[in-house]
Design a protein around this ligand. Structure first.
Ligand code: FE2
Ligand code: FE2
Length: 262
């Protein structure tokens, strides 16, 4: 089973460029075209937040228009740039999920948990007691199959100082996931990272739009490149989960693929 995670689309109304530089609409189009024509078979897609930059309905309509071209279910969690109300209106998240909330998509091969860590008007993450309780209940069911928890914000210190804002409730969240062999799949940081919190594997998915500059100085985490879109694919086989970080080949400087067997 192959689960594609895409994140940080940063679409804007009227196809405007994200942060005046990045053509987010074209980046998403290129990504969907690549997924459609590559040799990957996709069972489902999860979009882990910052679908929009401006929270506009136009951005959500663009996302739906492009992503419905994929022949598989697509699930969404909000990010700090998103508007939950408009995502509800667009049918991307259930109406009851306003505010922080946690829900499960129980599939035969895997359990998918979608958790909202966004709070209106705040760029940092939030997990409140009610959400934690919902998560605890889901995790206590002992799925007996690979479990993926998708959320926007990152529950560890990344080293990108400007992005490492306080995450409300993160200690309680980490105490909970540390006891579970689950895959926690985040967005927000605009870079691919992997770490462990106890038994849990925690990854951040690289972005569709605006790749973070690698900078661990106090000013780091505040500069981006307009580059090729990137995504993650979580492949579930009989023994383990293998996560690939992939690049959508769109730039003229990128040639291939060529065979190794020459
Ligand atoms: Fe973002
Ligand atoms: Fe974000």
């Amino acid at each position: 089973m192959n689960i594609v995670q895409i994140t940080d689309l940063h679409l804007c109304q009227n196809g405007e460029k994200a942060f005046h530089r990045a053509d987010a609409t074209q980046a998403l189009k290129n990504s969907v075209n690549y997924l459609l024509h590559s040799a990957i078979s996709i069972d489902l897609v999860v979009v882990s937040g910052d679908i929009s930059t401006d929270g506009s309905m136009d951005a959500y309509e663009t996302a739906l228009h492009e992503l419905k071209r994929l022949p598989c279910p697509v699930y969404y969690v909000p990010g700090n740039h998103d508007c939950c109300k408009r995502m509800e209106q667009a049918g991307m998240i259930p109406v009851s999920s306003n505010g922080t909330a946690c829900r499960e998509i129980d599939l035969p091969e895997v359990s998918i948990i979608l958790m909202n860590t966004a709070m209106a008007g705040e760029s940092r993450g939030f997990v409140n007691k009610e959400t934690l309780e919902q998560l605890r209940e889901i995790l206590n069911k002992e799925a007996g199959k690979p479990t993926f928890l998708f959320m926007h914000h990152v529950p560890f210190v990344t080293g990108f100082t400007v992005m490492d804002e306080p995450f409300s409730g993160v200690e309680e969240f980490n105490a909970l996931i540390s006891k579970k062999e689950i895959n926690v799949c985040c967005g927000h940081i605009h870079a691919g990272m992997v770490t462990h919190t106890g038994l849990a594997t925690v990854i951040t998915c690289p972005p569709i739009c605006m790749e973070m500059e690698l900078d661990f100085t106090p000013a780091g985490g505040d500069m981006f490149y307009v580059s090729e879109p990137q995504f993650a694919i979580h492949c579930v086989n009989e023994k383990q989960v293998v996560t690939h970080f992939a690049v959508v080949p769109t730039a003229e400087s990128r040639r291939g693929p060529y065979p190794f067997s020459v």
